[in-house]
Design a protein around this ligand. Structure first.
Ligand SMILES: [Zn+2]
Length: 441
């Protein structure tokens, strides 16, 4: 196996250190470590973060390989500093059986850039009517712990109740895409003054907040845990804050784009800003930042949603919802909440690594960067700036809302399971990385 000596990095709390990586684990931390037999990585001026963990990624394979594959999405993830992604179930076929989740897991292992953890569908075919084989997926080789119909809401309260009850047996979690379907029929953007001016059908905040309120109460009633995907409104933050104060086992995520972008960007009808849930008001963006800072929102998750060009370069009403986000996530988090003073780098390590790993019941990320832990690391240069263009994108689709924008920070190196996947800002080639995706620890 490869050995690396990372010289003069700063841990998230600012502590300077060398990091010795050997046999897939962090062998030693300290100063002046022996470099013999290792590849030396100069990390002066870089922050060493624990490998980033995304709880919400659309890899599109099987079925939509023109948008993304497990390999291309894994490369995008590594380029963004991620070492784990949770692959959403809205593929074709839907990941609603042990066979499909094992297939996705195997593709991830073959690619090797990141650990791919399949998310299982809650209902058969995402149909919302019949529970999928949750137990079979949990006991499969993929050991699924996160279940979601993401893209669709589990709208039927009885199905949601049964799903929450079922996953208790294996400590699973239901990740809800909170969107009341009747209130959002044909909805195109946030409902408010601007949607009226633009003549686009409104997507009311209450459609999200009402489902979250229902589901935290259901989770409390059956004594299970629920995770809320991509919070986008101030009211959603209030509901989750109330539920946590009451002791309900709820966790919540926010996307980088909802932390930075607001509905004004929709004004020119550019569909690269069309996303589900929609970009909201400036007041909502502010509430999301505050909710993340005070722990109401547990994690940042990308909701990386690749779409081919023709699905986005068309008139607003017929364009697809979604944005790619893996390669830009850390920079957007830096701009929206670190440079803006809401979070420190230790908080970033928590919301982008430790906590998402904990929600996904993933071993090896609990303690961050300590001796003996699996070597999953991200070296990040917060002083760098980059003009974000298609050259920054490693996935198969380019529907990023940040193209042409200047973003702070740059991922310099990523180490996954003891192997470099990114060195000096360049992806290590696929043949070298292949086969390193098996989970350690
Ligand atoms: Zn969603």
């Amino acid at each position: 196996m490869s050995s690396y000596l990372i010289r003069s990095a700063a841990l998230a709390d600012g502590t300077p250190t060398d990091i010795l990586v050997r046999d897939g684990v962090i062998a030693e931390l300290g100063s002046g470590l022996d470099a013999s037999g290792t590849v030396t990585i100069d990390a002066d001026g870089l922050i060493a973060l624990p490998g980033l963990v995304d709880l919400h990624t659309h890899l599109r394979e099987p079925g939509f390989e023109q948008s993304e594959t497990v390999l291309s999405g894994s490369m995008a993830a590594a380029a963004g500093g991620f070492t784990v992604v949770h692959a959403m179930a809205n593929t074709s076929p839907v990941a609603d059986t042990a066979g499909v989740v094992e297939q996705v897991q195997a593709l991830g292992e073959a690619a090797g850039y990141v650990t791919v953890r399949p998310v299982g569908a809650v209902t058969v075919g995402l149909g919302g009517v019949q529970l999928a084989e949750l137990g079979a997926m949990a006991s499969s080789r993929a050991a699924v712990r996160v279940f979601s119909d993401d893209g669709k809401c589990v709208w039927d309260a009885l199905i949601m109740r049964r799903a929450l009850e079922y996953v208790k047996a294996f400590d699973g979690v239901i990740a809800q895409h909170a969107q009341e379907p009747r209130l959002t029929e044909d909805a195109q953007m946030n409902e408010g003054t601007l949607s009226g001016e633009l003549g686009l059908a409104g997507w009311p905040a209450v459609a999200e907040e009402a489902i979250i309120a229902r589901d935290v109460l259901l989770a409390e009633h059956v004594g299970s845990r629920v995770h809320i995907c991509h919070l986008s409104t101030a009211g959603s933050v209030d509901v989750v804050r109330w539920a946590k104060a009451r002791g309900i086992a709820v966790t919540a995520e926010v996307t980088p784009h909802h932390l930075l972008l607001d509905e004004q960007l929709v004004s020119n009808y550019d569909a690269k800003f069309k996303v589900n849930p929609p970009l909201r008001r400036v007041e909502d963006v502010q509430a999301l930042r505050e909710g993340l800072a005070d722990g109401t929102i547990d994690i940042v998750a990308t909701d990386h949603a690749p779409h081919p060009l023709e699905a986005k370069e068309c008139e607003w009403n017929s364009a697809a919802f979604g944005m790619v986000g893996l390669e830009s996530a850390l920079s957007v988090v830096q701009e929206a909440v670190v440079d803006a003073g809401h979070l420190g780098w230790s908080d970033v390590a928590r919301v982008l690594s430790q906590k998402p790993a904990e929600i996904g019941r993933l071993a090896g990320y609990r303690h961050g960067i300590v001796a003996g832990a699996p070597a999953n690391l991200t070296l990040y240069d917060p002083q760098a700036e980059r003009d974000f263009g298609v050259g920054q994108l490693q996935g198969r689709s380019i529907n990023s809302p940040y193209l042409g924008r200047r973003l702070p920070g740059r991922v310099v190196s990523t180490i996954h399971n003891g192997y470099a996947t990114v060195l000096d800002g360049e992806l290590v080639d696929a043949d070298t990385v292949a086969g390193h995706g098996v989970l350690h620890g």
